[in-house]
Design a protein around this ligand. Structure first.
Ligand code: SAM
Length: 106
């Protein structure tokens, strides 16, 4: 939504002829339905009070059978989806040790 950030993206995309950057609101994306094979959002949801609305918008512009990828922070990077048993076990062991130091990550 920030013109300054979009200008930065335009600079980085200069050598990619099939890529472009544009200003838009995640709650009302400036694209037609079923437009993209992949819709990717990173570090955005934490800023939006209307998260489900934004996800619905992303699903709207994603083609049927396409992929919607949301990447965001949960404070201490404790939760992962799709779930990975090894990663979750390791995370819980680390949190358990850290809890002994007084850390409350959640
Ligand atoms: C932490 S930055 C992340 C930028 C980039 N996605 C990245 O991963 O580097 C958060 C961005 O969310 C944008 N933003 C906040 N609310 C928005 C909205 N309703 N629609 C679109 N972008 C929004 C801000 O302009 C800002 O550029």
């Amino acid at each position: 939504m920030s013109p300054a950030r979009v200008r930065g993206a335009e600079d980085r995309l200069r050598d990619l002829p099939n890529a472009r950057a544009c200003v838009g609101n995640a709650l009302s994306l400036p694209f037609e339905a079923d437009s993209f094979d992949l819709v990717f959002s990173r570090f955005l949801m934490e800023y939006l009070p209307e998260k489900p609305h934004a996800v619905q918008e992303m699903a709207r512009v994603c083609k049927r059978g396409g992929k919607l990828l949301l990447q965001d922070l949960d404070g201490q990077l404790v939760w992962h989806y799709p779930e990975d048993a090894d990663l979750q076990n390791t995370t819980e062991r680390i949190l358990s040790r850290l809890a002994g130091t007084g850390l409350t990550p959640l």
